[in-house]
Design a binder for this molecule. Structure first.
Ligand code: NAP
Length: 351
């Protein structure tokens, strides 16, 4: 890696991007950071502050995923492009195609069209997701070792069933298709589990925040569904992106996961650490309850059928062996993340 060449990070205001940029700045890189609206100073102030304390530099560029050619200017002179920008919304959307799928897929194509026009680019790192390796939890039954790995693909999500996972797998497939059509740049995909751990900004509506807000706002008080998540610390995810960017041997896809927790286990960890000041769940409700009442809580019948009652696990050995990731304790990540949301006023005491 030539440190005199800038590195482009798309979606710089984001939760994960913040930590990637922190690492790059502290290693002395010049970061070209794209944001949708640079006039929103409160969304980028933390990045200016990080740059000031570091040996690196940051320059901001305005770019919307859906505006063709928007990334050309920011990419000039870059050898590496780290494409994180994509909507990660769990419930906060109206139209899945317009709000999630189009920015993810058309956005990735748009960024990679710019890469194809920019001779200096040698490597693209795409933030994909474990959601690109499976569609519904039931698919764990078809795996040979009871875990998803990089050989697995999500073939079951679509625009109406699991639209966010669909956006991730469709964007990743588009990226591999475009990478295979040329030989100047190579693609490395980072496929993180649900990301937890403190954010460097209070101004992100990442789905990671939404998940913890649901624990704090009483939505899970009566009990959580029997569901499990792969979980990983945001700083491990950032390190994986850095390794994917600078390690010339990095190749293919990398599952990034520090372990699995059920929703009930997450609730218990929160209760142990933050006491009874929040309406954290004490119980796991049976699948049969969600079959009856799920639609009232926003769970479709097929979602309940295919996703509740199946613990899921992820094999992250490739990331440990090839990127050198040593995973942090995920229970601490959940606690530290909730504490940050509390400190920043994003979640409030209930009682
Ligand atoms: P985040 O904080 O919400 O960041 C998303 C970023 O995408 C924001 O910077 C946002 O910019 C940008 N963006 C969204 N729509 C855009 C558009 N039309 N044009 C330009 N920029 C746009 O979420 P995050 O958790 O950091 O997610 C970052 C990436 O990681 C996403 O690709 C997500 O799918 C992936 N991922 C996340 C997790 C997780 O658990 N958090 C797990 C696996 C993969 P604005 O600030 O302008 O909205």
């Amino acid at each position: 890696m030539d440190k005199s060449k800038p590195i482009l990070v798309t979606g710089a205001t984001g939760y994960i991007a913040g930590w990637i940029i922190e690492r790059l700045l502290n290693q002395g890189y010049t970061v070209h950071a794209t944001v949708r609206d640079p006039s929103k100073k409160n969304k980028i102030q933390h990045l200016y502050d990080l740059a000031e304390k570091s040996s690196g530099q940051i320059h901001f560029f305005k770019a919307d995923l859906l505006q063709l050619g928007a990334f050309d200017e920011s990419m000039k002179g870059c050898e590496v492009v780290i494409h994180t920008a994509s909507p990660f919304v769990v419930t906060n959307y109206k139209d899945a195609v317009k709000d999630i799928i189009e920015p993810a897929v058309i956005g990735t194509e748009n960024v990679l069209d710019s890469v194809n026009r920019t001779e200096s680019v040698k490597r693209v790192v795409l933030t994909s997701s474990i959601a690109s390796t499976y569609g519904d939890a039931v698919e764990i039954l078809n795996t040979s070792n009871n875990e998803f790995d990089e050989s697995h693909w999500n073939n079951t999500s679509n625009e109406t069933h699991q639209p966010y996972p669909y956006s991730k797998v469709a964007a990743e497939r588009k990226a591999w298709e475009m990478a295979e059509q040329q030989n100047r740049w190579d693609l490395v995909c980072i496929n993180p589990a649900l990301v937890m751990g403190p954010s460097l900004t209070a101004n992100t509506q990442s789905g990671s925040v939404e998940v913890l807000q649901q624990f704090a706002n009483g939505m899970t008080l009566l009990g959580v569904p029997p569901m499990w998540n792969g979980i990983v610390d945001v700083r491990d995810v950032a390190d994986a992106h850095i390794q994917a960017a600078i390690n010339t041997n990095a190749k293919g896809r990398y599952i990034i996961s520090g372990g699995t927790l059920s929703l009930l286990e997450m609730g218990k960890i929160l209760r142990q650490n933050f006491g009874n000041k929040f309406p954290f769940p004490r119980n796991q409700l049976p699948k049969s309850a969600f079959k009856l009442f799920g639609p009232l809580a926003g769970f479709s019948k097929s979602f309940v059928e295919l996703n509740m009652g199946y613990p899921i696990y992820f094999n992250a050995q490739k990331s440990q062996q090839e990127l050198g990731i040593q995973y942090r304790n995920i229970e601490s990540s959940v606690v530290e993340h909730f504490q940050q949301l509390l400190d920043d006023g994003v979640v409030r005491k209930y009682i």
